[in-house]
Each structure stands twice: as C-alpha cells, then as structure tokens.
Design a protein around this ligand. Structure first.
Ligand SMILES: [Zn+2]
Length: 115
C-alpha cells in the first residue's frame, strides 16, 4: 500500500533534506524498499526531490562518500578518496566501476504532494 501524504511528510521531517536514502525512507515509512523507491521517484517527477549518485570508498574502515554527481554519465572513470589520501592509505585512487554507486535524493521543495 502506498503511504499517506501525512506519513511521508512526517518521515521527511526526520530526514536530512540534503541526503535522503531509499533505506532511510523505507525505515521511516515502515514500508518495502520498492514502495520507498517509488515515493522518492514520484517526488523527483513532481519536482520535490532531485536525484544524485554518490560513490562510496572501497576501503573497509573508510566507506565514506567520495563525491556525488547529478548524472551517472558525469562521474569520472577514476576517483580518489581525500580521507584515505590524507590518512596515507595505500589505496586512495579507485576505478569508478569498482565502487558502489549509491543513489540518494535532495529535498528541494517544502511539501510533498502527489496531486
Ligand atoms: Zn576512503
């Protein structure tokens, strides 16, 4: 079942508007991953959310977000993790295709309405 607008708005109050992950949305709505993704994708279509793609550092003890892009096609083929670079890790440069791409959303409008 699709969550009510009230429920979605309540979830949005608890989320970081600059970094909304499907997983957080799913948890707050108490729904399935598929429905949570649908809520986010409808919000994109309606102009409430903007979708971005983040790259996650491959080093196990790091796992930080290396950077984020609006389009998959804008992501360079090689990226470096500044944190790992500063920490003097052996591996700080990665091929993008070796990394996890994590979609996330930014909330760019104040209220979520489907109508
Ligand atoms: Zn790193």
């Amino acid at each position: 079942m699709f969550p009510s607008i009230k429920k979605i708005n309540r979830a949005l109050e608890k989320l970081d508007p600059d970094r909304i992950y499907v997983e957080n949305m799913r948890y707050l709505l108490g729904t399935s991953n598929r429905i949570a993704k649908l809520v986010c994708d409808i919000a994109v279509r309606k102009g409430y959310f903007k979708k971005f793609y983040a790259l996650e550092c491959k080093n196990k003890h790091c796992g930080r977000i290396i950077g984020s892009w609006e389009n998959i096609s804008e992501i360079p083929q090689k990226v470096s993790c500044l944190t790992c670079e500063e920490d003097g890790e052996n591996e700080a440069y990665f091929l993008t295709r070796e990394l996890n791409i994590i979609p996330f959303y930014k909330y760019i409008k104040k209220s979520y309405k489907l109508a």
